[in-house]
Design a protein around this ligand. Structure first.
Ligand SMILES: C[C@@](CO)(OP(=O)(O)O)[C@H](O)COP(=O)(O)OP(=O)(O)OC[C@H]1O[C@@H](n2ccc(N)nc2=O)[C@H](O)[C@@H]1O
Ligand SMILES: Nc1ncnc2c1ncn2[C@@H]1O[C@H](COP(=O)(O)OP(=O)(O)O)[C@@H](O)[C@H]1O
Length: 315
């Protein structure tokens, strides 16, 4: 979203979108519509899905999953979030002048490296990449605020995946405001085997905390710590209300967090609804050492840094 639009109609373009971590995830008791009010601070980190859209006469979608993610199941044709983005853009924008017909037509290939169902918004990254790529490919010139609004209709995390960087999210997470963040934060990311369903984690949280306040825990302390630029300070302020529910469903995550901290991470936490765990480290060098130690004990451990850009054209 941060890139200037190409001057000519592209016939093929690749858009890259990043994974996210919730540095702060305050959750309130469910609203009448079943969604939970959030006060969250997202940070985009350097694990990416790439989506390539090519001009075509009809619609097709293929997905390539990084072998490091293991065997993962993705929804079938028509159910993929990318299909939904294409349909929504067509119904809302392609009736517009200059764009021609309304049926989606493009070949899209998604190359996934973000852990699936891992609490890192991989599906939202794919959706954000599809919004940017198809908007360009179909020359729709959708204004940013309209794109953000369409994105929010498909998923609470998608507006953040469009803007990237570091941002505060309120409402159900879809109302996003960029946050100044001059830090260069070093992370280790450990995708746990098997995903956790986001709705199931929220439901479990409801069962564990039936008397939760409707007001989510505010993000101010985290924002202050972020402004310090000091990872030791940030480590003390990281906060995830969903962690208790994720760890109750998957007790192995508690052990993993302890293991990462023993290996030298300043702080470990569950990423969003999990089961991926993330570890804030003092420096990139320290992150490499922590990842090495976790790998030696059999985990998949990736290093990443944040903040990075939202969905943007790379080719
Ligand atoms: C928990 C978070 C934290 O950022 O992300 P993940 O860790 O899963 O990536 C998000 O709230 C997930 O956002 P996202 O995955 O986009 O959720 P949506 O598609 O909008 O909603 C999926 C389901 O999650 C639950 N949901 C989602 C957001 C919210 N504020 N309250 C909810 O209760 C609802 O059960 C909803 O039906
Ligand atoms: N490109 C995609 N299209 C549709 N569904 C996806 C896509 N990527 C992941 N999913 C599915 O969406 C659900 C949530 O996955 P994901 O967004 O990766 O995790 P999370 O919500 O934990 O961040 C899972 O059921 C997963 O299989």
């Amino acid at each position: 979203m941060t890139d200037p639009r190409p001057l000519t109609d592209p016939r093929r373009l690749t858009v890259r979108a990043a994974a996210k971590i919730n540095l702060h995830l305050g959750v309130g008791a469910p609203r009448e519509d079943g969604f939970h009010p959030l006060d969250t601070v997202y940070q985009a980190v350097s694990l990416y899905d790439d989506l390539t859209a090519t001009e075509a006469d009809d619609w097709s979608l293929s997905t390539v999953v990084d072998p490091a993610l293991g065997a993962v199941e993705l929804p079938g044709p028509g159910e993929n979030i990318v299909d939904k983005v294409a349909d929504l853009l067509c119904s809302e924008r392609r009736g517009a002048e200059r764009s021609g017909g309304v049926a989606p037509a493009a070949h899209v290939e998604v190359s996934k490296a973000i852990p699936v169902a891992g609490g890192m918004a991989g599906g939202s990254a794919d959706a954000a990449a599809a919004f940017v790529a198809l908007d360009r490919l179909w020359n729709l010139e959708t204004p940013d605020e309209v794109l953000l609004d369409l994105a929010a209709r498909l998923g609470s995390d998608i507006p953040f995946s469009l803007i990237g960087g570091t941002a505060r999210g309120v409402g159900r997470g879809e109302v996003v405001t960029p946050v100044d963040d001059d830090g260069a934060w070093a992370w280790v990311v450990v995708p746990a085997v098997g995903g956790l369903s986001t709705p199931a984690v929220y439901r479990h949280w409801d069962a564990m905390f039936p008397d939760a306040s409707p007001e989510p825990a505010p993000a101010e302390r985290l924002l202050k710590a972020l402004a310090s630029g000091d990872p030791h300070v940030l480590a003390t302020a990281l906060h995830n209300d969903l962690q208790a529910a994720a760890v109750d469903l998957r007790p192995d995550l508690g052990e993993l967090i302890a293991e990462g901290e023993a290996a030298g991470a300043l702080r470990g936490m569950v990423s969003g609804s999990g089961p991926t765990c993330v570890f804030l480290c003092e420096s990139a060098e320290s992150a490499r050492a922590v990842a090495g130690e976790l790998r030696a004990s059999g985990h998949t451990a990736l290093t990443a840094h944040g903040p990075v850009a939202g969905a943007h054209v790379v080719a």
